[in-house]
Design a protein around this ligand. Structure first.
Ligand SMILES: Nc1ncnc2c1ncn2[C@@H]1O[C@H](COP(=O)(O)OP(=O)(O)OP(=O)(O)O)[C@@H](O)[C@H]1O
Ligand SMILES: [Mg+2]
Length: 236
């Protein structure tokens, strides 16, 4: 469960999130949509407890994560720019996270297999391709078996097998009753897997609706999205 209440974040003199309120319930996959710079990653980072809000609150499973150390078992996070030691192997990286989070190393090994990295487990992370790095980040997000999962554009860089695998994984995770909040620009994936969309525009929520309701009156989710953000101009 994620409960976001009037969350405000200012960065570099700019209001990046402006009184954002939203709830993501167990069993729901909610996609964050919006133009480049709209505030999606900032919202995920703030809910994760990485970025401190200037106002409002974000609770995960009823707790304020910023005040504790984001237990792996509470929230699974894959926000792209993961801090990993480039000289470490994938296995060593995941084992380190497992040790720090009090998770059995065998779970890390199982996950390397699950994300398709079993054969690359002893390769250095610095030698990984974009897609392999994404897979490793997903393994890290799944490590603690957390009920709440935050993902920032997890499909980027995945090959077709990876995209199909991730699609199924997302469905599986929500069917298990987990709550997922995911930023994406890929309307096809959103339409296929999403339950609800939240559209951000310059740090404000301009739409929060079930995918089917959001599309009503439009030929596609992409059309509905373009109508919501007001055309395809590059104004920020
Ligand atoms: N550390 C920072 N200092 C100053 N400004 C920042 C910082 N981080 C983000 N911003 C600004 O906050 C705004 C929102 O950025 P954010 O990364 O959340 O956008 P986004 O919706 O994830 O975009 P994208 O689709 O490109 O990933 C942008 O204007 C960005 O320049
Ligand atoms: Mg982003």
């Amino acid at each position: 469960m994620i409960e976001i209440d009037r969350l405000t974040v200012r960065l570099g003199g700019q209001t990046v999130l402006d009184e954002v309120s939203a709830t993501v319930r167990p069993g729901e996959l909610v996609y964050l949509l919006g133009r480049n710079g709209a505030g999606k990653s900032t919202l995920l980072r703030t809910v994760s407890g990485i970025t401190r809000p200037d106002g409002g609150t974000a609770r995960v499973n009823g707790r304020y994560l910023a005040r504790q150390c984001r237990p792996l078992t509470e929230v699974g996070i894959h926000l792209g720019a993961d801090a990993h030691h480039p000289g470490h192997t994938a296995r060593r990286h995941l084992h380190g996270l497992a040790d720090a989070g009090g998770v059995d190393r065998r779970r890390a090994d199982e996950l390397l297999d699950k994300v398709g990295l079993a054969e690359s487990a002893t390769r250095r992370v610095s030698d990984f391709s974009l897609g392999m790095t994404q897979r490793l980040g997903l393994a890290a997000a799944l490590l603690g078996d957390a009920p709440t999962i935050l993902l920032d554009e997890p499909v980027n860089g995945l090959d077709i097998d990876g995209i199909r695998w991730l699609r199924n994984l997302l469905r599986e995770l929500t069917a298990e009753g987990r709550c997922l909040l995911t930023a994406s620009h890929l309307m096809d994936e959103v339409a296929r897997t999403g339950d609800r969309v939240i559209v951000l525009d310059r740090g404000r929520i301009i739409a929060d609706a079930g995918v089917d309701d959001f599309v009503v009156g439009h030929a596609s989710l992409e059309d509905a999205y373009v109508a919501a953000v007001g055309g395809t101009t590059h104004g920020h």
